[in-house]
Design a protein around this ligand. Structure first.
Ligand SMILES: C[S@@+](CC[C@H](N)C(=O)[O-])C[C@H]1O[C@@H](n2cnc3c(N)ncnc32)[C@H](O)[C@@H]1O
Ligand code: SF4
Ligand code: SF4
Length: 334
């Protein structure tokens, strides 16, 4: 992944340490809309939501200055559906260069022009979903032609040499045999890749969960293979411990120790807040969310990468980042 400017990395480490001490979020996801161009089988945000209440770019500016995360995701739904997308980018980026800004997108609306404009406006990284290394991606996302669009677009973007594209693969029972294929595709396109775990919490659909002994065995072998690949090249951005943790999560049917609402949180399109993207909750303020959710949270129903990574000890995260002098931001796809 792209190395961070040393001064920016130092500012981020200082703010991260302060946020950690104050128990305020290190990472925030602004879900700009819950409308989407896709209708993915594992997600509950599919389709357009014509009458959605949406806060403005100025509202996002105020929220960012109040929450002061070191890492901010612009996600959704599909964030590039917002006609005021660039106003929002301008509003949330501080003069200091913070926060580290990631657009999490299915790329259906992404073009080379939009990518370059987004970098000019201060976006640091694009995190783009890839569920299969072929047209099954379209079937899974219910969007014909999306895979061909990605195969045409991603190499054009990576050719600019910014090294800031991370493909995002949520591991399900369906794509389990093709994880190395997804890695190979990302490599062929010149991109990086981050693996995350499917959670049935969103849709309550167990069909994509990995629980049968033969599936768990295949997962264990696939994770071992990804660790082997990772040790010989830098394209897989997960930490070793989140990859092994992904296997443990599926094997144990959960993972304890979640810090949702404390180390990271989500802002809904209408400005209300929720601890993570899995639950359909609406809190009026962070204080209310901490009181009513964080203090009694024993949930371990997902191991998506942002949850996995930010639930570890701060020193483990920091030493990881200092070692590579890059925020493991690829790890934070929702
Ligand atoms: C909710 S989407 C929002 C951004 C954008 N629409 C996209 O698909 O990249 C963010 C990420 O969450 C993943 N996701 C959706 N449903 C999930 C689930 N049930 N478990 C784990 N990851 C999920 C998607 O595959 C995607 O990579
Ligand atoms: S995963 Fe992303 S692209 Fe798919 S329906 Fe959900 S929000 Fe839309
Ligand atoms: S484990 Fe944490 S992030 Fe995952 S669904 Fe539960 S509360 Fe949300």
């Amino acid at each position: 992944m792209k190395k961070l400017d040393v001064a920016l990395a130092a500012r981020m480490a200082a703010r991260g340490t302060a946020n950690y001490a104050k128990r305020t979020p290190l990472a925030v996801s602004f879900e700009l809309t819950h409308s989407c161009t896709c209708n993915c089988l594992h997600c509950d945000h599919g389709g357009l939501k014509p009458r959605e209440e949406q806060i403005t770019a100025e509202d996002y500016r105020k929220l960012e200055r109040k929450l002061k995360p070191i890492l901010l995701q612009l996600s959704g739904g599909e964030p590039l559906l917002r006609p005021d997308f660039f106003d929002i980018v301008d509003a949330v980026k501080e003069d200091s260069g913070m926060p580290y800004l990631i657009v999490v997108s299915n790329a259906s609306r992404l073009t080379e022009e939009i990518y370059l404009k987004a970098l000019d406006h201060g976006v640091n990284q694009f995190s783009i979903s890839l569920d299969f290394p072929d047209e099954r991606h379209d079937e899974f996302r219910k969007f014909k032609g999306l895979y061909n669009h990605l195969s045409d677009l991603i190499p054009k973007l990576t050719r600019h040499g910014h090294n800031n594209i991370v493909m995002n693969t949520a591991i399900t029972r369906w794509n389990l045999p093709y994880l190395e294929g997804c890695y190979e595709k990302a490599k062929e396109w010149g991109a990086n890749i981050s693996f995350s775990a499917y959670s049935a919490e969103r849709t309550k659909n167990q069909e994509y969960n990995i629980s049968a002994p033969e599936d768990l065995e295949l997962l264990r072998k696939s994770i071992d293979r990804l660790l082997e690949i990772k040790s010989s090249n830098g394209r897989i951005v997960n930490s070793d411990w989140t990859l092994t943790g992904t296997y443990e999560f599926f094997k144990n049917g959960g993972a304890p120790g979640c810090k949702a609402g404390e180390r990271y949180m989500v802002v809904n399109p209408d400005g209300t807040m929720r601890p993570c993207s899995m639950f359909d909750l609406k809190f009026k303020s962070r204080e209310e969310m901490v009181e009513q959710f964080v203090k009694g949270n024993t949930c371990g129903s997902c191991y998506v990468s942002i949850r996995a990574y930010l639930s570890e000890s701060y020193w483990k995260m920091l030493s990881d980042n200092v070692r590579e002098r890059v925020l493991k931001s690829g790890e934070t796809g929702c």
